[in-house]
Design a protein around this ligand. Structure first.
Ligand code: BJW
Ligand code: ZN
Length: 255
């Protein structure tokens, strides 16, 4: 594992040139500075529950009101949240390279709100917190309201209970998204892994895909993760500081 000290290695800077294709995988840590709690950090608990006890189809079948209450709490936090310096740094990075694709595990939609250039692809692996889906007929609808609020649970026109349109443990990721993510990871010059604990699969496997495909792989995290041993460079620190520092450095190189 290579630690960041005060400057970025030439090898990384040289991979982020004007003709480069760059893939980024993000997790909850990139939205922490926007006030959106991470899953596994010290703020990861909601009431007495761990995310693994709420983000499953079994938990929803057993106690939909509690699961909807958790999502209601998170929807309120996310509604108030704004993209932070890390999201904005990625939007700036896009202007330094030929192509940027952001693969996110986050359901908060904050990347899309950070003034990304139109040609930046955002791949939402775990869905969106603003999508609601029928448990029976599968109909999906966008809902940005302050609801739903238990004990009133949302129901579809077909009469069945609706659920958050996100991917829970034990559920398949959307085919199209996972295929797009693989294509990005296996065809980029540099792959940045930002603010994820790298324990949830298949997302956690994408950095290995990038590594085997000869990308230069860099992790940005507060601490070491299971991925840290398999990256070219681990940049330790809050990504809302380290990512802007990297893009500032690229700006200096360009001028
Ligand atoms: C900062 C920072 C700052 C903080 N700056 N850094 C292979 C091996 C083993 C198990 C499996 C496997 N393949 C599949 C599985 C099963 C399972 C899994 O991975 N289990 C493991 C936990 C063991 N995966 C699945 O079930 C997936 N489905 C699937 O694979 O289907 C096929 C299949 C099924 C069953 C068996 C086999 C195959 C689906 C996974 C769905 C995950 N869903 C959730 C909820 C989404 C909806 C919602 O948001 O409500 O996704 S769970 C939760 O974890 C959420 C996140 O996207 C995801 C990842 O978390 P993330 O983003 O990494 O957050 P944290 O909190 O863990 O970490 C934050 C990091 O940021 C930390 O490292 C901090 O240090 C750092 N940080 N502030 C920089 N300022
Ligand atoms: Zn329905």
């Amino acid at each position: 594992m290579h630690e960041w000290t005060s400057d970025f290695p030439e090898e990384l800077l040289s991979r982020l040139h004007g003709e480069a294709t760059v893939g980024v995988l993000t997790g909850a840590g990139i939205s922490a500075a926007s006030g959106v709690p991470t899953f596994r950090g010290k703020d990861g608990l909601w009431k007495q529950y761990r995310p693994e006890e709420l983000a499953t189809p079994q938990a929803f079948a057993r106690d939909p009101a509690t699961v909807w209450e958790w999502y209601g709490w998170r929807r309120d936090l996310i509604r108030e949240a704004r993209p932070n310096a890390a999201h904005h740094a990625l939007a700036r990075l896009a202007r330094h390279v030929r192509r940027l694709a952001i693969i996110t595990q986050n359901v908060d939609g904050l990347h899309q709100r950070a003034a990304l250039p139109d040609d930046v692809e955002v791949i939402e692996l775990h869905g969106s917190i603003w999508t609601i889906r029928c448990t029976q007929c599968g109909r999906e609808r966008e809902d940005r309201s302050t609801g739903p609020r238990p004990p009133t649970l949302p129901h579809c026109d077909c009469g069945a209970l609706e659920r958050p349109g996100v991917v829970w443990f034990g559920e398949m990721l959307p085919n199209r998204e996972i295929e797009r993510a693989h294509r990005v990871a296996s065809s980029c010059d540099a792959f940045l892994v930002v603010g994820t604990s790298s324990v949830v699969h298949p997302a956690a496997g994408l950095s290995q895909v990038a590594l085997y495909s000869r990308a230069y792989v860099v992790e940005f995290n507060l601490e070491a993760t299971p991925a840290s041993g398999h990256v070219h460079l681990a940049v330790a620190g809050p990504c809302e500081q380290t990512l802007p520092a990297l893009v500032d450095r690229l700006g200096q190189t360009a001028s």
